[in-house]
Design a protein around this ligand. Structure first.
Ligand code: NAP
Length: 703
């Protein structure tokens, strides 16, 4: 089935002139341009055949960066977060429709269908996830961060923070192992922030990135200039970076450190996010003995992390840390699984592990396996030979899974230093949990580690002890295994990156990632001015009386700050008793005036929920109108006890408006309106505050 699908797609790719001989181009300055000459030959990882070449020689990076900043940046900065989010969603849907052509080409990188799934659909998933992050942002091109800071006695001077898109470009230099995910997980975030991107994939696998960029550009979903692509070596791409640019680098620590040390980064304060190699560890808990579900999970997950993408994952498990009395059993179980893993051409029946991306990688991995073999023993696999099914065993970039055992990992420490970026991992023993933590920390900073244990106490001990040296920790047990996303997968809504050797970078992480591309600026002024700038009502700002009532107005007509000042209501004992009857809340402070000694209440006190409910009775204009529904409360606080006899009124203010798109043609066009409910008593003091969330119909039903 998969075979014939591939054949069909191969044919269609030949029509598009892939596979005859690909000449991978650069998309810069609004056009597809070939670099001068040929910098790099491109190969089919399965057969070693040359499939094309690429070059970036002769590109003018000064112009390319300026074009991005001026053309793409300007267009993106005009869009609100909601518009950018919808743009990402449209792009994700568009690319999903075309995914089979990426799978077909991805096969030439040596990837199996599952490997490609991580790269392709995992990457597109990042677009979807970031599109949804728009719900955490306002309907503005910039973001209002945190809450206002009161800076004056009388409230006429306050401070706040806004975050605006940097007016530079995001330059992403990516590793060869994720030609699609590597691009999408990064551009999703900078596009959401309103910053254009220049992507430089690795020369080795850039042909796959190029195919997707062609589709992105042809779709015209992104504004021109917001995505440029540099294939080939891209040397010189960082020479013209400036203070508003952001550089992210994913690759080896060696290259990363060399690039980060370029003087322009310190001279112009350019952020450089480094994601480098990492000696990730997995720990078998002492309670996960053979016979437990957790022991089996450990073996399965660890073997998967050795073989998936032929071990070419920055998050792959390099160090397997197990209780010393279980080392033999773990070794046998993992070896048995590796022995049943068929290596070869992924289109052949039963093949589970494909090839490395290039013969260069084979040489690099072999060299590092040989270095590791000086201080530890290979117990499975052969660095010089592997049986393959399909593909070309001589010219294809195949490599055997290799399992080492290191019996003295505190003394023989190469395993904590050398990364063989392929299907290579080492088992080592520990005696106590403190030892296991120490060993995992000896990697000097990792992207991820995991512990598999049925015992939460043991898990807590590991997590708290090891976390400062890890960017992410997976705790796996039988209760979460079925839905777990696994050790190896960074999730778009969680931070990806690790301390120390892993580069000290942080990316993705949902909203956190987006904010990396923005400048935080403190703003100070009168609350009315700050309300105007932030488009969020600030306490102390002008509150013009709404006329007519805000419930009579459509989304477009509501103005931030306009306020309904309600009638008053005097609270009685009967109110409290009635509310207790309706709600069933007979808490002593409301119902037993004799029980208040030693409490903060002087008399029986009204329920906080009564105060809010009564407030609704005062601020609601009941007749049918544009307000469709109230879907919740945020930030509700009862700030002062309300006793019988208190007279309450409400200031009901339009606090914030967020546009919403129609989900279907027949959907009612509407937006979200947040209202500030400020309930005060006869002294004018606030007794309760809340933000209510409503949906309000638009006048224009077409959008
Ligand atoms: P690499 O050799 O360090 O190359 C990384 C990128 O840097 C490539 O695009 C490379 O381009 C580019 N590059 C090298 N020198 C440059 C220069 N002077 N100017 C501009 N760009 C330059 O790494 P790799 O072999 O591609 O990837 C494997 C490594 O990446 C492994 O060590 C792995 O652990 C790490 N990795 C880390 C993560 C993470 O998230 N932390 C993810 C994936 C991989 P060319 O390829 O065109 O030379």
């Amino acid at each position: 089935m998969i075979l014939s699908n591939f054949e069909l797609i191969f044919d269609s790719l030949i029509e598009k002139q892939y596979f005859t001989m690909i000449q991978v181009k650069n998309y810069v300055l609004g056009q597809w341009i070939s670099g001068e000459g040929s910098e790099t030959n491109l190969y089919n990882a399965l057969t070693g055949e040359k499939i094309g070449d690429t070059s970036s020689a002769g590109l003018n990076y000064q112009e390319i960066l300026t074009y991005g900043r001026e053309k793409g940046g300007r267009a993106l900065r005009k869009m609100t977060f909601q518009e950018r989010g919808r743009m990402l969603k449209a792009l994700a849907l568009h690319l999903m429709d075309k995914k089979e052509s990426y799978y077909a080409l991805s096969a030439l990188t040596g990837a199996t269908r599952i490997d490609s799934w991580i790269d392709i659909e995992g990457g597109i998933g990042n677009l979807f996830a970031n599109a949804s992050v728009r719900r955490q942002f306002p309907d503005l091109p910039y973001y209002v961060d945190g809450v206002a800071a009161p800076l004056s006695k009388n409230g006429s001077f306050i401070g706040h923070h806004i975050m605006v898109p940097k007016q530079g470009v995001a330059i992403h230099i990516n590793a060869f192992n994720f030609p699609i995910w590597g691009m999408l997980e990064k551009i999703a975030v900078n596009l959401m922030a309103g910053v254009p991107a220049i992507v430089k994939p690795s020369e080795f696998t850039c042909f796959l990135t190029e195919l997707m960029v062609k589709d992105i550009i042809d779709s015209k979903i992104l504004p021109e200039g917001s995505l440029q692509l540099v294939c080939g070596l891209g040397r010189g791409i960082l020479d013209h970076v400036d203070s508003e640019d952001v550089v992210t680098f994913t690759g080896s620590a060696h290259t990363g450190k060399m690039l980060k040390a370029m003087p322009q980064f310190s001279e112009r304060s350019v952020p450089f996010n480094l994601e480098a190699d990492s000696l990730n560890a997995t720990i078998l808990g002492q309670h996960a003995v053979p016979g437990t579900i957790e022991f089996d999970l450990f073996i399965k997950e660890t073997t998967k992390e050795i073989t998936i993408k032929a071990g070419q994952k920055c998050t792959a498990v390099r160090r397997i840390i197990v209780p010393d009395n279980l080392l033999d059993e773990v070794q046998k179980a993992i070896s048995a699984r590796l022995a049943s893993t068929k290596v070869g051409d992924p289109s052949m029946e039963g093949v589970r592990m494909g090839a490395l991306a290039t013969m260069t990688q084979v040489e690099r991995v072999r060299a590092n396996v040989n270095r590791l073999a000086q201080t530890q023993e290979i117990v499975f696999g052969n660095a010089n030979h592997v049986d393959v099914t399909g593909g070309d065993s001589e010219k294809g970039a195949f490599f055997s899974p290799i399992l080492f055992v290191n019996n003295d990992p505190f003394k023989n420490t190469d395993v904590h230093e050398i990364e063989a970026f392929g299907p290579v991992s080492t088992i080592m023993p520990y005696k106590t949990m403190d030892d296991a933590i120490e060993l995992s920390r000896m990697g000097k900073g990792s992207l991820v580690s995991s512990i598999v244990t049925p015992n939460d106490q043991e898990a807590t001990e590991y997590v708290v002890g090891a976390a400062s040296m890890h960017g992410r920790i997976l705790v796996l047990n039988k209760d979460c295994a079925k839905e777990s996303t696994g050790h190896g997968s960074p999730m778009p809504l969680l931070t990806h990156g690790g301390p120390g050797r892993a580069g000290g970078g942080e990316e993705m992480g949902g909203k956190r990632g987006v904010l990396h591309y923005m400048q935080r600026t403190a703003i100070q002024g009168h609350p009315t001015t700050i309300t105007k700038i932030t488009q969020q009502f600030q306490v102390g700002a002008e509150m013009p009386e709404a006329n007519p009532h805000v419930f009579r107005k459509h989304f477009e007509e509501l103005v931030i700050g306009e306020t309904v000042f309600t009638h008053k209501h005097t609270v009685t004992d009967a109110d409290i008793v009635n509310f207790a009857n309706v709600s069933g809340d007979n808490f002593y402070a409301h119902m037993d005036a004799t029980s208040l000694e030693g409490t903060i209440f002087e008399r029986r006190v009204a329920h906080g929920y009564f105060v809010l409910s009564k407030a609704a009775g005062l601020f609601v204009d009941p007749k049918k109108g544009p307000v469709l529904l109230n879907y919740g409360l945020d930030e509700a606080r009862f700030t002062k006890p309300v006793y019988p006899g208190a007279t309450l009124g409400v200031r009901f203010t339009v606090k914030e408006k967020i546009d919403q798109e129609k989900k279907t043609e027949d959907d009612i066009a509407k937006g979200i309106v947040k209202f500030l409910v400020d309930v005060y008593d006869e002294t004018g003091e606030t007794v309760a505050l809340a933000t209510i969330l409503t949906m309000v119909k638009k006048i224009d039903q077409t959008k």
